[in-house]
Design a protein around this ligand. Structure first.
Ligand code: FES
Ligand code: FES
Length: 166
């Protein structure tokens, strides 16, 4: 069975017939060629596939595309403007928070949601927000540092040196 799906993705409306069982992840990557979103576990565990649905972070591997009808999705491709990285993306670059980069889109989307809700999070709040996003490469210190640097008062919230290797 297919259903008609109307979905706004990064500000662009798409209308497609979509099989009932197609995940939002498959729809974004395979139907719209938005390959920035990554998957790893396909079980809702790793956070690699995180996108924003009406501004709220969700696991795209667990969401059925047809259940998102009429709603608005933001993927990592929606963060930059006219080819210019947004502040959070730039701080990831500045902090060296990217190695293989596979977890990065999910990290960026989760951190984007955090900073929209809480523009000046503490280090603990950043760590708690990202607890469901797994990185196999960097450890988390540089990622946390990047998010704090993109907050409204980064100087006031240094990363705890005791966690430098965490
Ligand atoms: S691929 Fe979706 S949470 Fe891991
Ligand atoms: S940078 Fe490689 S998994 Fe995070």
């Amino acid at each position: 069975m297919t259903q008609r799906l109307l979905l706004t993705v990064n500000g662009v409306q798409h209308e497609r017939d979509v099989p009932d069982h197609r995940t939002l992840y498959q729809f974004l990557r395979e139907d719209l060629d938005l390959v920035g979103t990554k998957d790893s576990c396909r079980q809702g565990v790793c956070g690699s596939c995180t996108v924003l649905l009406d501004g709220v972070p969700i696991r795209a591997c667990l969401a059925l595309a047809v259940r998102c009808d009429g709603r608005e999705v933001t993927t990592v491709e929606g963060l930059a403007t006219d080819g210019k990285l947004d502040r959070l993306q730039q701080e990831f670059v500045n902090a060296g928070a990217v190695q293989c980069g596979y977890c990065t889109p999910g990290m960026l989307m989760m951190a984007t949601a955090l900073l929209r809700e809480n523009p000046a999070p503490s280090e603990l709040e950043v760590r708690e927000a990202l607890i469901g996003n797994l990185c196999r490469c960097t450890g988390y210190t540089r990622i946390v540092r990047a998010v704090l640097a993109a907050s409204t008062i980064p100087e006031a919230r240094p990363v705890d040196p005791a966690r430098e290797t965490a």
